[in-house]
Design a protein around this ligand. Structure first.
Ligand code: BDR
Ligand code: CA
Length: 313
């Protein structure tokens, strides 16, 4: 079974990514990072998801602030708690350690992929401490960046914008990188029909997921007038557990650190003549959204009985 560490800032879509990862991989550990909400909140949310799943995956607290500057959060979408609109689950779980960097370095194995779905601060610290770390793991699957539109700014995606210096270190590290940016995740949208299926399933996992979808739909309706939301972070899990569902191309990716309008942008070399030159990442461009939803909905206890994949998760 695929083995992974999920580095995350839950976060509604992070929570779905954690559920999906535990269904289709051996999740060796979860490391938390400041991002959608402050570190205390994202760590508490990671522990809460592990309680929901009743798994004993270690949760290790990571970085509270980016390499440079002040932390930024995404309360407008995720709420102050990082999981706005979701009922809290009572539990007594605690973190295993507060040294995510030490954990990432110690646990590294050639068959372990790091799925990074928050700002890349923990990973950058690990690379700073031991540049050979990236050669001791299978690779890094990132939800972050974009080949076109941004969300934190007109060209920068949130996870990269929240810590551009960290992202630059990761992209320059020599790691085997897969990048699932907004250009991809915007093709993977939730809907009220999916929420209804989750509600109908009625299990604790499905009910939790229905609350997540509902909250995101309420936020998106208020922000852009549409009850649908890109389900970003699960794409970086699928890139490892179900790679046949994604189309990727080798590309050279750099992170803009200086631009007054473009700080935090992933600059992807898409020139026809140079596309593969100095490629440092597999950039995802396409997803079989229908099949991918079958996989994700099954992990949330809401398999579509009519899907050809329903009996074949
Ligand atoms: C990314 O930013 C966060 O708000 C989401 O959890 C996702 O990881 C999308 O830009
Ligand atoms: Ca995230």
């Amino acid at each position: 079974m695929t083995r992974m560490i999920v580095d995350c800032d839950p976060g509604h879509d992070d929570a779905i990514a954690l559920i999906l990862a535990h269904r289709h991989a051996e999740v060796v550990g979860i490391t938390s990072v400041s991002g959608n909400a402050p570190l205390a909140a994202t760590t508490a949310n990671a522990l809460m998801v592990s309680a929901l799943l009743d798994v004993d995956t270690p949760v290790v607290r990571g970085a509270a602030r980016p390499l440079v500057g002040e932390p930024i959060h995404a309360a407008l979408v995720h709420g102050e708690s990082g999981l706005g609109g979701v009922d809290r689950i009572a539990h007594e779980r605690t973190i295993t350690s507060d040294d995510a960097v030490g954990y990432l370095l110690d646990v590294a194995q050639p068959d372990i992929t790091v799925v990074a779905v928050g700002p890349l601060t923990n990973l950058a610290h690990a690379i700073e401490r031991d540049p050979t770390w990236v050669k001791r793991i299978a690779g890094i699957s990132i939800m972050g960046g974009s080949t076109d539109v941004g969300n934190a700014t007109r060209v920068a995606e949130f996870n990269i914008f929240a810590d551009p210096e960290a992202a630059a270190k990761v992209f320059e590290s020599g790691a085997e990188i897969t990048m699932c940016g907004l250009n991809l995740t915007h093709q993977f949208q939730t809907s009220d029909a999916l929420t209804e299926r989750l509600r109908g399933a009625g299990t604790p996992k499905a009910t939790f997921a229905a609350q997540i979808f509902d909250h995101l739909h309420d936020r998106m309706e208020a922000l852009i007038g549409r009850r649908a939301s890109a389900m970003h972070d699960p794409c970086a899990v699928l890139a490892i557990t179900h790679p046949h569902l994604l189309e990727t191309e080798p590309r050279a990716v750099a992170v803009e650190l200086a631009g007054t309008l473009t700080r935090g942008m992933t600059v992807v070399d898409q020139r026809v003549s140079r596309r593969r030159d100095q490629a440092n990442a597999k950039v995802a461009y396409g997803i079989d959204a229908e099949r991918a939803w079958d996989v994700v909905m099954e992990s949330l206890d809401a398999a579509d009985p009519e899907s050809p994949n329903a009996k074949n998760p």
